[in-house]
Ligand binder design. Structure first.
Ligand SMILES: Nc1nc2c(ncn2[C@@H]2O[C@H](COP(=O)(O)OP(=O)(O)O)[C@@H](O)[C@H]2O)c(=O)[nH]1
Ligand SMILES: [Mg+2]
Ligand SMILES: [Zn+2]
Length: 301
């Protein structure tokens, strides 16, 4: 056999669990990790991708095909328009904490992406062991619960709430999202005790000695399900989001969409806007609406 025939004969399935420089760590059917390079022209491989790979020299391999994706999260990139971050997710865990101070515009942004990609979103409030729990954070959580999101209070440090979190993760591929320092890597550590991940130090970090997750990595949870931890704040942006997507991403706006006087309503000070009318009647939260307008004005043209 020659050409594609021969290649197909030895290609096998694997799961991409992380990027290591220019290589990929691919897990085979027996749970072993094979360092792979990627054949050119197959597109950019993401953590969570199911792929076909072929053995190369020694313990190395070559990824030859990306199998069909259930979902794909991307982030803005300099040269390309976007870059894939994680594939085949079905759930996003938005992690909040008393410190660093909670950025609700960022929370809304994650929720907009979740709504538009059909991903479940869970709000996880970490560091509940700290004595000082800001009232604003509790109020924000109560608000999101009120519009139908599941919220969980946990502590990676004391272990509070981790059993409930584990139940929510079972059977899903979930990704941790949230500002740097909220405790994403600490939660990964706590959920996967036999992994010794390095977590950042908010207070003790020095400029260069700061340990943080340096690469997006997929972990298998002991009770079932997979968890992806990724460094950085803007793990995914609104690069591919239109104004319509944004309004749809505010789930409590959905019943009002299509009811504005004008088809091209931007839901600002437009006449006959059903959304701003709902805000005036306190059916939609004014603060959420303010954040919607803020994000609307930040969307790329
Ligand atoms: N008190 C307390 N501190 C925590 C908790 N989880 C994480 N931290 C601390 O918060 C800092 C940032 O944690 P890290 O996991 O690196 O955050 P990441 O940037 O989101 O991955 C570290 O100093 C952790 O020790 C928690 O549940 N309670
Ligand atoms: Mg981290
Ligand atoms: Zn409108």
């Amino acid at each position: 056999m020659t050409g594609p025939e021969a290649k197909r004969a030895v290609a096998r399935e694997g799961l991409v669990i992380s990027h290591l420089g220019k290589s990929l760590a691919v897990e085979n059917g027996s749970g072993e990790t094979i360092l792979c390079h990627t054949r050119r022209n197959i597109g950019t491989v993401a953590v969570g991708d199911r792929v076909l790979w072929e053995p190369a020299d020694g313990r190395l391999g070559c990824v030859v095909e990306i199998l069909e994706r259930r979902s794909l999260l991307t982030r803005p990139a300099r040269d390309e328009k976007t870059r894939p971050v994680a594939a085949n997710l079905d759930q996003i865990l938005i992690v909040l904490a008393p410190e660093p101070r909670c950025d609700l515009v960022l929370v809304d942004q994650y929720l907009v992406i979740s709504e538009n990609r059909g991903l479940q979103a869970l709000l996880v409030c970490n560091k509940t062991d700290l004595p000082n729990q800001p009232k604003a954070l509790d109020q924000a959580l109560a608000f999101y619960r009120g519009i139908g999101y599941t919220t969980i209070r946990v502590s990676a440090k004391s272990g509070i709430g981790l059993d409930q979190l584990q139940r929510e993760l079972k059977g899903h591929t979930s990704m941790l999202a949230g500002q740097s320092g909220v405790g994403k890597s600490s939660l990964t550590n706590a959920l996967i005790p036999d992994r010794n991940l390095r977590t950042g130090e908010l207070s003790r970090g020095t400029l260069h000695g700061k340990h943080t997750t340096t690469t997006t990595t997929l972990f298998h949870l002991p009770d079932g399900g997979d968890l992806i931890d990724s460094p950085g704040v803007a793990i995914f942006g609104l690069a591919e989001t239109t104004e319509n997507d944004l309004a749809f991403g505010y789930r409590e706006f959905q019943p009002f969409l299509g009811r504005c006087r004008f088809n091209d309503c931007r839901h600002g000070d437009d006449r006959g806007c059903a959304i701003s009318h709902a805000v005036q009647n306190a059916v939609i939260s004014a603060e959420r609406y303010e954040r919607f307008l803020k994000l609307r004005d930040k969307l790329p043209p």
